[in-house]
Design a protein around this ligand. Structure first.
Ligand code: UDP
Ligand code: MG
Length: 335
């Protein structure tokens, strides 16, 4: 679990069952309703909870509202970022300051319903590491939102082998150990299930409520589709080659070099033995091209291999993840 510095030692001692992480950009009208709805729902369970609101460089009164609320509410921790970093970074900040055994994320715009949180947590307790919400009745525009999302979900499902229907839903519940293992960059929050899958998580999906936006407007336009595609490529690469880049680049490079060399030998034979001119043959260009790309791919593989080693070793990250360690008389879950 993540240990965070807090100036209130009492808070650190208290064991938190669930941290609710909310990334926020310009949603001041929604916040009072949101905080009340989360508190109301979680107070009805006997869980110890904290709400972590991350202000992602809002230009409205979000930051001052959060500061004022955090001063009077026991259950709220407000993290104010210096500027706007994007939803992924805001979520990542929330994860870093979360102390709960489970972490739930949701949007601040009241599109996700906090009433669903206990249901997600119950599902998590059935032994899953990640429970994702599925917006069965999604309340967003059909052409600009639903269609791109349908295509993106299909693509992601096909390429990442995580079989859930709705990647874009922010309402998700995670085990804290899983969150600590996932590093977020770019706009990878959409691919959290795929990242979790790479970390060996058990993932499931349950239907959740979804409402139309009541205040403000969406922070994203159609241009996000392209960024999602680029992130998808990153994820694909991570999934396939994280620990063995040389298997791909080395193999391709070797194949390319061998073909180039073969053609080169053939051309040399023609030149030296048959005494024919080879200067104007396209095959010569192909041979050179194959040799050069081959060497480059091979070197790239070697470099990637070194990078991967640095990636794992610098963070003390083993290349495997342990779900449980079981020995006689000790069945504690362990990291
Ligand atoms: N958000 C954020 N930083 C940003 C953009 C968005 O923290 O740069 C937050 C936003 O306040 C909301 C959530 O991310 O709580 C989802 O954003 P939005 O509702 O605009 O996305 P949509 O639901 O339209 O996909
Ligand atoms: Mg929204």
């Amino acid at each position: 679990m993540i240990n965070i510095p807090t100036d209130n030692p009492e808070k650190q001692k208290q064991i938190i069952d669930v941290s609710v992480v909310v990334p926020i950009k310009d949603e001041v009208e929604s916040l009072p309703h949101l905080l009340d709805a989360i508190s109301c729902t979680l107070q009805n369970t006997n869980l110890n909870y904290e709400i972590i609101c991350v202000d992602d460089g809002s230009t409205d009164d979000t930051a001052s509202f959060l500061k004022q609320q955090a001063a009077i509410r026991e259950d709220l921790k407000a993290i104010i970022l210096r500027r706007n970093y994007g939803q992924t970074a805001a979520m990542s900040a929330g994860f870093n300051y979360a102390t709960g055994k489970a972490v739930v994320t949701l949007d601040a715009d009241l599109q996700n319903d906090p009433v669903d949180i206990p249901m997600l947590l119950n599902k998590l307790n059935e032994g899953y590491d990640l429970v994702s919400g599925w917006r069965q009745n999604r309340q967003d525009g059909a052409v600009n939102r639903l269609l791109p999302s349908k295509i993106a979900n299909w693509l992601i499902r096909r390429t990442t082998s995580v079989n859930i229907r709705d990647y874009g839903c922010s309402l998700k519940a995670y085990r804290a150990e899983l969150v600590a293992d996932m590093n977020l960059y770019g706009e990878l929050h959409r691919f959290l299930p795929a990242l979790a899958y790479i970390e060996g998580a058990k993932i499931t999906e349950i239907p959740v409520r979804h409402h139309a936006r009541r205040f403000g407007k969406s922070k994203y336009g159609i241009s996000r589709t392209f960024r999602v595609l680029m992130d998808l490529l990153t994820i694909l690469f991570m999934k396939k080659f994280l620990t063995r880049p040389m298997h791909v680049f080395g193999l391709l490079g070797l194949f390319s070099m061998m073909t180039g060399t073969g053609i080169g030998i053939y051309l040399t034979f023609i030149k030296l033995v048959l005494n024919e001119s080879i200067g104007s043959r396209p095959l010569l260009i192909l041979a050179v091209l194959l040799l050069v790309t081959g060497v480059q791919l091979f070197c790239f593989g070697l470099l990637a291999e070194l990078l991967m080693r640095t990636y794992h070793e610098s963070q003390g990250r083993p290349i495997y993840r342990v779900r449980e360690i079981v020995v006689k008389n000790d069945s504690d879950r362990s990291q």
